[in-house]
Write a protein that binds this ligand. Structure first.
Ligand SMILES: [Zn+2]
Length: 89
């Protein structure tokens, strides 16, 4: 059985996106990180999202850390809805 042959539903990505911020902050277990990395390698939308996330986080690090979550989650949701909108239809 080859799992990577079939195109996975994008719902999978949404679940991942929710973990991405923890992943980038290295708050996740190694197995979970590997899961995410494996998915991202095969998933262009997630690669793009990951890049955006990292940039956002780098920017946030220069700001007051307490101000991060609101902006960050808003940007994240924007990115997600952009990706999912392009996918459906
Ligand atoms: Zn994905």
């Amino acid at each position: 059985m080859k799992r990577s042959d079939s195109h996975q539903p994008h719902g999978n990505c949404l679940a991942l996106f929710e973990k991405l911020s923890e992943y980038i902050d290295r708050e996740l277990d190694a197995p979970t990180c590997k899961d995410i990395e494996a998915h991202i390698q095969d998933c262009k939308p997630c690669q793009v999202c990951m890049g955006t996330l990292k940039q956002t986080i780098e920017l946030c690090k220069h700001l007051d850390h307490r101000n991060v979550p609101e902006t960050f989650h808003r940007k994240l949701k924007d990115a997600i809805s952009n990706l999912t909108e392009k996918h459906s239809g």
